[in-house]
Design a protein around this ligand. Structure first.
Ligand SMILES: [Zn+2]
Length: 314
């Protein structure tokens, strides 16, 4: 089994397998990547690998592996409070006390923090104390889609595992297998809009690829060269997270690309753009959207991106 259940990320998987084989595992891992990038899958596989009694870790068939993968292992503990937006310091202190109680049945005790970025400063400081001097059997798995929110002192204690977007062919092949009823076009769109991440693309296909209201509004404003409409549309989006912004802007880009290419099976939105704007106009629009996406991926703030885009697309 090894780490194959996680799609793509080949370098990361082989580095991890090697470090586990040679006994160079870390006591704290920070797993980062946007929503739907596989953080939970990797965390489960890593926990199974650490507790595995088989040869090719995680083997997926030994008793500890199966218990971890089914979410039933008593030494694999999740620290979260899904009812609340942030993880209370009280919960972290409780976990910290629990760390010093010997494992139930394994050689290790693994603590999973699925929303590490939602621990406040106090909580992070409480955790830091145990990260600095953990008992030898303790392992911490911190998951974060926004690792910038973590204290540098916490980050520096962890080995960071950063999940990447998947190669398009690999992602599309997987989606085609998971959604046999979806057309090739639907698969392609979900792969692009999902930013190359399996979880996001899957959700889009599950939701029947409904078009976000912002996209309909964009096509309407862009087609009628309505600068004020574009500004009004982009202003509230300035407060969005980058992870939410990227798929929507990717969707806009795709519509303009389709309109410019004039494919036979144009969607109604692309047809509207193609009918109302000239090819050089659309080409400039495409360049602006590509630039906005590049900004979004290089950590420019959504506020700056949307402000710039309202100006560039006017
Ligand atoms: Zn195993």
């Amino acid at each position: 089994m090894s780490f194959d259940a996680l799609l793509g990320n080949e370098q990361l998987k082989s580095d991890l397998a090697l470090s586990l084989r040679t006994g160079h595992s870390s006591h704290c891992y920070l797993i980062t990547g946007p929503e739907g990038s596989g953080k939970h899958t990797l965390a489960r596989l890593l926990a199974a690998a650490i507790l595995c009694q088989g040869r090719d870790k995680p083997c997926g068939v030994c008793h500890p592996c199966r218990k971890v993968l089914e979410g039933l292992h008593p030494d694999f503990i999740t620290v979260d409070d899904p009812e609340h937006k942030s993880i209370s310091v009280k919960l972290i202190r409780q976990a910290r006390e629990d760390v010093f109680i010997q494992p139930n049945e394994a050689d290790h005790k693994i603590y999973l923090f699925p929303r590490a970025q939602d621990m406040g400063l106090e909580g992070q400081n409480a955790l830091l104390k145990v990260l600095e001097e953990p008992p030898a059997y303790a392992v911490f798995l911190l998951l974060a889609d926004n690792p910038e929110k973590l204290l540098p002192t916490v980050r520096s204690r962890c080995r960071e595992l950063k999940l990447s977007a998947l190669p398009r062919e690999l992602l599309e092949a997987r989606l085609a297998g998971d959604f046999p009823q979806a057309s090739r076009e639907e698969i392609r769109r979900a792969a692009v809009r999902g930013g190359g991440f399996l979880g996001q693309a899957r959700r889009l296909l599950e939701e029947g690829q409904s078009i976000p209201p912002e996209t309909t509004a964009f096509v309407h404003a862009y087609s009628s060269s309505d600068a004020l409409g574009l500004t009004n549309l982009l202003a509230p989006m300035e407060k969005w997270k980058r992870d939410a912004l990227i798929p929507v802007i990717s969707g806009w880009l795709e519509i303009l690309e389709e309109a410019l290419a004039g494919r036979a099976e144009l969607s109604s939105l692309s047809r509207k753009v193609a009918a109302s704007r000239t090819a050089p106009d659309i080409y400039r629009g495409i360049q602006s959207l590509q630039k906005a996406l590049a900004y979004a991926r290089s950590n420019v703030s959504p506020g700056a991106i949307c402000g710039w885009l309202a100006w560039a697309l006017r």
